[in-house]
Design a protein around this ligand. Structure first.
Ligand code: BEZ
Length: 386
């Protein structure tokens, strides 16, 4: 009699102890970001933003302490599947936060779908991630490539420009950005005369700048980011083109890059879901906290990393940190309104932010908000079945 009872009590005790330990376990967060190459600064800003939100919460999200794992994806799609599997299979992370480059992100989305790992994309705009590849376990806190580009096409048409040449890197982000611009610009009566590309991450622009000078469009629309954006904007000005053909772009062209671009970027107009002079209490508090912690000014990438942590927090808070309640957690993430420094945003059906796209003008070291290009812009989520 005594022995089975004792054994049962012992087993129950063990179970309780295991459950207790489970509750105490750290949540495993895997950063898959570029820490080298042309997008290195973007990866660091995203990680900084994420960590800042955790720090503000006393080192926890949704009551859980965090254990970090890191992989440098080098913005190299050919290594992406191996890299993401390091986090999924080797480190067995609970959630992946990444990445910057659209080509890498598509491989990550495929792996996340297959393994049902929670993925939060804090930058890469690949339309398919919240389009044909959408899934209940895939969320994005940044933008789709279509969003800022479409807004700029609309602005350019409203400004009565009639012709444009586009120039970008030849990969998903550049191509989708150009397509978004074209869609709105041509709908508004403009015409794209030519699409120019260089392979990613090349920065040899001279021959293409000469071609632009020969075509003489009303404007140029461009997608570049990080180190490549610095070089392109400087080369465009050095060729004297900024005096006769305004250079427009998705805001990545001048975000986090103004110190290095200096005079070459002055007066440029771009569209993005963030700006330096929003001057809201929420953004001011974020900017102060970021500057104090990292001795750096934040940019759009830092905001997107911060919001990835906020979104995860919304899910975890709803289930009191119990990551096993995945469905409830995902439902809470879908419903939340993220109190972002960019302004509050919700998620559309395909898990992409529905957000205001600002029109910004470079003044000194700031991308100054001069208006809202499109209010509450939702990505069409083409091909998403969920
Ligand atoms: C992208 O590859 O999706 C991307 C990279 C840098 C900035 C914006 C988008």
């Amino acid at each position: 009699m005594f022995r089975p009872l004792f054994a049962t009590a012992l087993a129950a005790g063990l179970l309780l102890a295991t459950a207790g330990a489970q509750a105490q376990n750290k949540l495993k967060v895997g950063f898959m970001l570029p820490y080298t190459g042309t997008y290195a600064a973007l990866g660091t800003a995203i990680e900084n933003g994420f960590r800042l939100y955790v720090q503000e919460g006393g080192g926890k999200i949704g009551g859980r302490e965090i254990e970090y794992f890191k992989v440098d994806d080098e913005s190299d799609p050919s290594k992406a599947t191996d890299n993401v599997n390091r986090l999924i299979k080797r480190d067995q992370v609970d959630v992946i936060v990444g990445t910057v480059h659209s080509g890498v992100a598509m491989a990550m989305a495929k792996a996340a779908r297959e393994s049902n790992t929670l993925l939060i994309v804090p930058n890469a705009g690949a339309d398919a991630v919240t389009g044909a590849m959408c899934a209940p376990n895939i969320f994005r806190t940044s933008f789709s490539n279509w969003q800022p580009a479409y807004a700029m096409g609309q602005v350019a048409a409203e400004r009565k420009h009639k012709t444009a040449v586009t120039i970008t890197w030849k990969y998903a982000a550049g191509e989708e950005s150009v397509n978004g611009f074209r869609e709105a610009f041509e709908k508004g009566g403009g015409k794209v005369l030519k699409d120019l590309t260089v392979p990613f991450p090349n920065v040899e622009f001279q021959a293409l700048l000469t071609e632009i000078a020969v075509i003489k469009p009303d404007i140029v629309y461009s997608f570049f980011a990080g180190g490549g954006a610095v070089k392109f904007v400087k080369d465009y000005a050095a060729a004297g083109l900024n005096k006769s053909i305004p250079l427009y772009g998705a805001g990545f062209l001048t975000d986090g890059t103004l110190d290095a671009q200096g005079d070459a970027a002055q007066g440029m107009l771009t569209t993005l879901h963030y700006a330096d002079s929003l001057n809201t209490p929420r953004d001011n508090a974020f900017r102060l906290s970021y500057a104090k912690t990292f001795k750096l000014q934040p940019d759009v990438y830092a905001v997107q990393g911060y919001d990835a942590a906020q979104l995860l927090g919304a899910g975890l808070n709803a289930v009191k940190g119990d990551f096993t309640k995945r469905n409830d957690m995902i439902a809470a993430m879908e419903k939340t309104k993220v109190d972002s420094p960019r302004g509050p945003f919700t998620l559309g059906k395909s898990h992409n932010p529905v957000q205001d796209i600002y029109l910004r003008k470079v003044e000194g070291k700031e991308n100054k908000m001069i208006g809202i290009a499109v209010k509450g812009l939702a990505d069409p989520g083409r091909g998403c079945r969920m």
